[in-house]
Design a protein around this ligand. Structure first.
Ligand code: PEP
Ligand code: MG
Length: 325
């Protein structure tokens, strides 16, 4: 069984009807990029850069960041590597940043909100990402975007970083793609407006579920309510994918749902373009996708999106899976 999955992991991801699917890995360090490449990742869909900051005694400078991003990108050998700007706050503290104590850290000063509050730090990170883009296929992504204004401000800092590098003669990819994580419901609701401006979306189901259903993702007492198969979450996911496609853009998913084989037929049917997960999940998901027919999955998605409880959704997905053996 293990050996069979390892064989799947090494191949490109192709569905039974011959559709190629982008399967990528979530990583937290450059070293993990190497391991992910060995496990058959077609790229990195989420580089959680906050670990670079959390594992350091002081704020890493531009050179140190640049080397880490270049190393991770090099391990992927030309395949896309999506670098997410730091997602500090919430449950992730940074001792040397002196963040305020908050009653509701997950609703507070977190991720892009810190990036825009401390544009000096965001700028250094974006310069490092841009410089890495001179060497390989690097994209940049902003976490926790809740409205157009935040995205435009973040994009503005990216443009400033580009201008500084141009002036100093430093090389970078002028056509670097910039996208947002969709993990706050307001961003999903506004996907049509975002789609005209961003290059791509990546759905972060870990937070999207928490914020859509008002369920703390770390509280066992309410864990029974935490479910990405909730119809409200599914409608948001569909809305994001459809909005991106109408604008000629693509949508990935880097939350835990992407690594769940039960979700694979539904996500394929909804038109998801890229799956990103812990590298250890790649074999299982590739095997699952290889058994799927896209048309059949489209019909499945249409009918599943009419269901009104997570339980009914799970039942329908389990039944579908049993039927294809
Ligand atoms: C998510 O929220 O789904 C996500 C991928 O980001 P993180 O788990 O790092 O918050
Ligand atoms: Mg998140």
């Amino acid at each position: 069984e293990r050996a069979a999955l390892a064989r799947y992991a090494a191949r490109p991801a192709v569905t039974a009807d011959g559709t190629r699917v982008e399967l990528a890995a979530n990583i937290g360090t450059a070293a993990e990029a190497k391991a992910a490449a060995e496990q058959g990742a077609g790229g990195v869909g989420l580089f959680r850069t906050e670990f670079l900051f959390m594992n350091a005694p002081a704020m890493p400078g531009e050179e140190e960041q640049f080397r880490a991003y270049r190393e991770a990108a090099a391990a992927m050998d030309g395949r896309p590597v999506i670098i997410r700007t730091m997602d500090i706050g919430g449950d992730k503290a940074l001792p040397y940043l002196d963040l305020p104590r908050e009653d509701n850290p997950f609703l507070g000063y977190r991720a892009i909100r810190i990036g825009l509050g401390r544009q000096d730090l965001l700028k250094v990170q974006l310069r490092a990402v841009l410089r890495a883009s001179a060497f390989s296929n690097v994209k940049v992504m902003f976490p926790m975007i809740s409205g157009l204004q935040e995205w435009r401000e973040a994009k503005g800092v990216l443009e400033e970083a580009k201008e500084e590098l141009r002036r100093s003669g430093a090389a970078f990819d002028e056509r670097i793609e910039a996208g947002i994580m969709v993990e706050v419901p307001s961003a999903a609701v506004m996907a049509g407006a975002f789609a005209c401006e961003v290059d791509f979306f990546s759905i972060g189901t870990n937070d999207l579920v928490q914020y859509t259903l008002a369920v703390d993702r770390m509280n066992d007492k309410v864990a029974y309510l935490y479910d990405y198969f909730h119809p409200a979450v599914l409608q948001l996911i569909r809305q994001v994918i459809e909005a991106s496609h109408r604008a000629g853009k693509w949508t990935g998913m880097c939350g835990g749902m992407a690594g769940d084989p039960l979700a694979a037929p539904l996500l394929l049917g909804l038109g998801l373009d890229e799956w990103s997960m812990e590298a250890g999940r790649l074999g299982v998901i590739k095997k699952e996708l290889s058994a799927l027919d896209r048309e059949a999955c489209r019909s499945l998605a249409d009918s599943v999106l009419t269901l009104d409880t997570p339980h009914a959704v799970r039942q329908a997905l389990e039944e579908f899976r049993r039927a294809i053996g």
